[in-house]
Design a protein around this ligand. Structure first.
Ligand code: UT7
Length: 339
């Protein structure tokens, strides 16, 4: 398609998760739930949870350093940092600016992007435009979340589902025919009510009342989000493939958002992919929202499941409601880990 444009792809990947692990057995002691319920309904066994002193920018910076090492570039060489997150350290300054300072990316512009769990693929798409336009050479995209900080630990409907983590990718020029080949982004604001943090913003500023009503936590209609996800994951992936001039049969490996094993299996079925061609780590991390796709992608690359020339589909959905899919033809001169 874009012969005249500079191709853009991933030059390096990195992830970072907090050390502390919370198992389903630990959750059984906090809320009325069971390992059997959680695992059979979601595929989750454990998740990582940040301690009190750790915020989103801390784990984002950890992932960023690893991605820079993997790409073999210095922080000062970055032109732009995009952090996709629903759990910024604070409203402002942006978490991207905090990461810029932490890693010493003195020449980088920086901003946050809010697209829920679709945020990393949204960010990857934005970064790709800057490279293709020739405006920037090195863009760092990070999906980072500390969902544990906004979970209601008395609500079994939500607190068992999420985990903390960060995944980062350095985006830059790659040879023609590689990198990002097709993208499908979408949103449906009608579904905004289904997954939200009701208070704390300009609609309902924080007050003693909003705290007492537990409105500063994740509120979700899980069942409706589930139905939306089942529909949109396969659809979005197929639209991105179409834009890349490909079909289901061309997909070598699927990197889906890790929200629920049943949603992942349904997407694989729609794309007629055997589960061996699908990366799954929801059992170990839970749903890390915007971080889940880059964490899964790095893992797949490190495990040798992704080879140069492979056609990958990255696909996710999330609050907004939003969805995002991207066809990526993998290219890396040296796929060894940096740090
Ligand atoms: O990244 C986007 C973020 N959101 C998501 O990905 C969520 C998508 N949704 C889902 O993954 C699923 O809808 C859930 C895992 C959240 C729920 O699974 P479900 O099969 O849709 O269950 P359900 O909501 O229909 O609930 C079934 C029952 C309910 O009990 P009753 O009303 O039938 O008696 C719930 O109260 O399961 C109960 N339940 C639990 N039981 C034990 C809900 N959470 C729990 C729990 N432990 N943690």
């Amino acid at each position: 398609m874009a012969e005249t444009k500079q191709s853009a792809g991933i030059l390096g990947l990195g992830s970072y998760v907090p050390e502390r692990i919370l198992t389903n057995a630990d959750l059984e002691k906090i809320v009325d739930t069971s390992d059997e319920w959680i695992f059979s309904r979601t595929g989750i066994k454990q998740r990582h949870v940040a301690d009190e002193a750790t915020a989103t920018s801390d784990i984002a910076a950890g992932a960023a350093k690893r991605a820079l090492a993997h790409a073999g570039i210095k922080a000062e060489e970055l032109d732009l940092i995009i952090v996709a997150t629903a759990t910024p350290d604070m409203f402002f300054p942006s978490t991207a600016c905090l990461v810029q300072e932490k890693i010493g990316a003195t020449h980088a512009a920086a901003f946050d992007l809010a697209a829920g769990c679709s945020g990393f693929v949204y960010g990857l798409t934005v970064a790709t435009q800057f490279i293709q336009a020739g405006l920037y050479q090195r863009v760092l995209v990070i999906g980072a979340e500390t969902l544990s900080k906004i979970l209601d630990w008395t609500d079994r409907n939500t607190c068992v589902l999420f985990g903390d983590g960060a995944g980062a990718a350095v985006i830059g020029p790659v040879p023609a025919g590689y990198g990002v080949l097709g993208v499908e982004l979408g949103a449906d604001g009608h579904g905004g009510e289904l997954l939200k943090m009701p208070a704390g913003g300009s609609r309902r500023p924080p007050s003693a009342e909003t705290v007492a009503q537990r409105l500063h936590y994740v509120h979700m209609n899980g069942n409706e989000v589930f139905k939306f996800a089942i529909k949109v994951m396969g659809e979005a992936a197929q639209k991105a493939l179409q834009k890349a001039g490909m079909t289901d049969a061309d997909v070598d490996y699927l990197i889906p958002h890790q929200a629920n094993i049943r949603i992942i299996q349904s997407a694989a079925k729609r794309l007629q992919l055997p589960m061996e061609k699908v990366h799954v780590n929801v059992d170990r991390y839970g749903n890390t929202s915007a971080a889940s796709i880059p964490i899964a992608l790095e893992e797949a690359v490190l495990e040798g499941k992704v080879k140069n020339g492979d056609k990958l589909v990255l696909v996710g959905f999330g609050a907004g409601l939003t969805w995002a899919a991207c066809v990526l033809r993998w290219y890396k001169e040296d796929s060894s880990v940096g740090e």
